[in-house]
Write a protein of this length. Sequence first.
Length: 77
Amino acid sequence: MITVTIREAEADLSRLIRKAGEGEEVVILRGSKPVARLIPVSEVKGRRRPGFLKGKLHVGPEFFEPLPEDEQSRWGN
């Protein structure tokens, strides 16, 4: 893991992005406090298929019923 200050990250962002792309985690500090992380983006495995879960999920009619009054009041309604 690499740790750098915001100022160092601004000055060397290209190298830090390259390091993150290689699998290294980069933590950016404000003073001595961690405030952000650069991490590699994982690849999507397989293709997305629309309708993959069709027929496997069921939403009952109670889902569409209004919430009880006490529950609605907790949501500010």
